[in-house]
Design a protein around this ligand. Structure first.
Ligand code: ADP
Ligand code: MG
Length: 707
């Protein structure tokens, strides 16, 4: 019997055609493209210009602005070659506007020099910057106009693509052009429902791609340059959708796993009754959400956001009790040893009186001690295990891990989070593998829209209330010249029985350089404040010394702690009421907020002094102002988003968000509600289309560990 003929390749598959079909794309070029993840036609279609050069018009030299790229035309007025430090060629050109522009070259050939005869007409494009003699452009792209060349202006914006190692810009532009020539018809390419495009007045994918790559004459150039053109919005929408779908898909896969049902509340109730304080309303609410999650036979995946000092640890401890009560284990992982140790101390203080065994595992636990802990962890004797990255290492096997808690999760990558989850005992229910529940906590709140985009694979809770009795930290920014006054201030605070932090930061630092700076500051302050007990912690110290110093500070045996940003995360010393941060202008908002969160933890009025060096950049000034104006982590997060953009805010390691091609979460945030709604609908009604959208934008090589 004749076999049915294989179906003709679907048009959609055109996108998957390897790039070697393009003329000029041999194996060597293909390899270079592949190194950047560009393997098929579709990848080139989506390789979008990072900006445009506008050669459709000329700017009079007099009207040039520093930092704004422009095209100018002029006649060569003077040429100068210099050799003083290195070869250099300067060409001054002037135009009818009566101004002069200097073109400066560091690499040039003799033939090139000969071209620049005085009087020659030159058209060039580049970004002018202030130079020795007015504005200059270093290495402009240029062309000589002769009598035959009337110098017609371009009629469309020239796309500028992200550079690819080993492929010149012109070749790249040509290859992308050839790929675009093979774009299938609208219908074959389109995946978004027509109604949606119409309602948002967005073009088809084909049209959008052509507009973005080859903006036609008359396109809204300003909109394109700003990334606000409907064509770009259309692409951003689809890209955001693809990311959303990919996260949702992982979540669905995750939820298909089984997890132990944890519903015994006796221990948690006991702990709650034994605490020296009552939970805040927000803590109660979030714990209740966690309790409901843990009572289900599917893994919890919950992110708890809570400002510094909002009391996340105790909520985690309560959750851990549900695992212990069921005869299983909970693990709590923190990004630094200092923080992990603090958790250990807190948990031991709370849990050991209840008869719960808390074990400790960090890199520095070695030899016999380590073997002993590993045995306890493996047997299940250790009911709660606290530690650092060491928890995830090979050779660490839990007897029966039911709840994996990750603190300050923004410090970890997604992979690390999943690695802890994979420490579960395994086993199968029906067809589903059994995995632990996951609770992740962060004190770096992110704006709601972003949270929805970044954590579509997680449920998000917020502890949005501080325990009672905290007074807001008063923040001032002071120029570094006023440093001497601070010594007095520290003396005064400590005389009242308070404690203080002095935080040393340097930019571009190696641990070692910062450690040296901290050492220097420590010595200077010790000399200036002979009656105070001054301590020092930095990243180069032995962990035991670090811990001893922190403990002494916590116990009140040290008045002033000189520290590097190792103290940034989580450290809790309620009696500390003064913090001085050096070089505050160099730190980001999130980090400043984290640091400041070390004070204002008790009932005393606390202050934070941000020392800066002038002159301040506009951004730095805004950051310091924001810090002075508010203590609210969510407000600061919004501001941070505005100043820095989402990629940096979220960190590239934990989400694929920084890797967007067109979308910009700050700019396109208004699309997110649509993205979510549409995403849910597609998953419900047309999962195969959802699949194709993910494949198109996120690719088969998912950026995440498979769920
Ligand atoms: P974070 O959310 O920054 O991790 P912590 O869990 O370290 O905060 O809690 C900060 C401090 O507040 C700790 O000393 C903790 O014991 C205390 N705390 C937590 N919850 C409450 C509460 N409801 N009332 C009073 N103090 C609390
Ligand atoms: Mg904490």
């Amino acid at each position: 019997m004749a076999r049915a003929k294989a179906p003709a390749p679907a048009l959609a598959a055109v996108g998957e055609t390897p790039l070697t079909v393009l003329s000029g794309c041999g194996p060597r070029v293909a390899e270079k493209l592949a190194a950047r993840g560009l393997a098929c036609l579709q990848d080139l279609w989506l390789q979008l210009p990072r900006q445009y050069e506008d050669r459709t018009r000329l700017t009079p030299i007099r009207a040039l602005q520093p930092g704004v790229a422009a095209q100018v035309e002029g006649r060569v007025e003077a040429v100068e070659r210099g050799f003083r430090y290195r070869p250099m060629l300067r060409v001054a050109i002037g135009d009818d506007s009566g101004a002069t522009l200097v073109l400066r070259f560091f690499h040039f050939r003799a033939a090139q020099v000969a071209q620049f005869e005085p009087g020659a007409r030159l058209r060039c494009y580049g970004t002018p910057r202030p130079g020795q003699h007015g504005l200059e452009i270093v290495h402009p792209s240029y062309r000589l106009l002769d009598a035959a060349d009337g110098g017609a202006l371009g009629d469309q914006l020239d796309p500028v693509y992200p550079a690819i190692e080993g492929i010149g810009p012109a070749s790249l532009r040509r290859l992308i052009g050839l790929a675009l020539d093979r774009l299938p018809s609208d219908d074959a390419l389109e995946l978004l429902p027509r109604a949606l495009r119409d309602s948002l007045q967005l073009p088809s994918l084909r049209e959008a791609l052509l507009t973005v790559h080859r903006p036609a004459q008359g396109s809204d150039i300003a909109a394109l340059l700003a990334g606000l053109h409907p064509a770009q919005r259309r692409l951003a929408l689809e890209e955001l959708l693809a990311h959303h779908l990919s996260l949702r898909r992982q979540r669905i896969a995750q939820q298909a796993h089984a997890a132990p049902v944890l519903e015994r509340m006796a221990l948690a109730e006991k702990l709650r009754g034994a605490l020296p304080f009552a939970l805040t309303g927000a803590q109660q609410r979030v714990f209740e959400q966690i309790r409901v999650d843990l009572g289900k036979p599917h893994p919890m995946l919950r992110l708890v956001q809570g400002d510094v000092g909002s009391g996340k640890t105790v909520v985690a401890a309560l959750a851990a009790m549900l695992a212990v009560d069921t005869g299983k284990q909970a693990a709590l992982m923190a990004p630094t040893e200092l923080l992990a140790e603090q958790h250990l101390n807190n948990l031991r203080g709370w849990l050991e009186p209840l008869g719960v065994r808390v074990a400790w595992l960090a890199g520095k636990v070695t030899g016999r001690a380590r073997a002993h802990v590993l045995a306890e962890v493996a047997s299940g004797e250790a009911q709660v295990v606290v530690g650092t990255h060491a928890l995830m290492q090979e050779g660490v096997a839990f007897g029966d891990l039911a709840l994996a808690i990750v603190d300050e999760q923004h410090r970890f990558g997604v992979h690390q989070r999943l690695a802890l989850r994979d420490k579960g005992a395994g086993g199968i229910v029906g067809e589903a593998a059994i995995v632990p529940h996951q609770l992740v906590m962060t004190a770096t709140p992110i704006p709601r829209t972003l949270a929805m985009a970044a954590y579509a694979d997680l449920d998000v809770s917020a502890i949005d209330e501080l325990p009672p009795g905290r007074t807001p930290v008063q923040t001032v920014a002071l120029s570094a010249e006023r440093r001497p006054e601070l010594v007095e201030r520290i003396r005064a605070a400590c005389a009242e029985g308070r404690q203080a932090y002095w935080v040393c930061t340097i930019i571009d630092e190696s641990d070692e350089v910062v450690a040296q700076a901290a050492q220097g500051t420590f010595e200077a302050l010790s000399a200036q404040l002979p009656r105070l007990r001054v301590g020092l912690v930095h990243g180069r110290m032995k962990a035991t010394d670090k811990q001893a110093t922190m403990r002494a500070f916590k116990d009140g045996a040290i008045d002033l702690l000189v520290a590097t940003t190792v103290i940034e995360v989580g450290v809790d010393v309620p009696n500390a009421s003064l913090m001085i941060v050096e070089n505050a202008e160099r730190l980001g908002l999130a980090q400043l907020h984290q640091l400041r969160g070390r004070v204002g933890r008790g009932s005393a009025v606390s202050s934070c002094v941000l020392l800066y060096r002038s002159p301040l950049s506009i951004m730095a000034r805004q950051r310091l102002e924001t810090m002075r104006e508010t203590n609210d982590g969510f407000v600061i997060a919004e501001k941070d988003l505005e100043l820095r953009g989402p990629g940096e805010l979220l960190g590239t390691r934990q989400t694929g968000l920084a890797g967007f091609r067109v979308a910009d979460l700050a700019r396109d945030a208004d699309l997110l509600p649509q993205v979510q709604e549409l995403g849910e609908r597609l998953l419900r009604e047309s999962p195969e289309i959802a699949e194709r959208i993910v494949a198109r934008w996120v690719g088969g090589a998912a950026r995440y560990a498979s769920a």
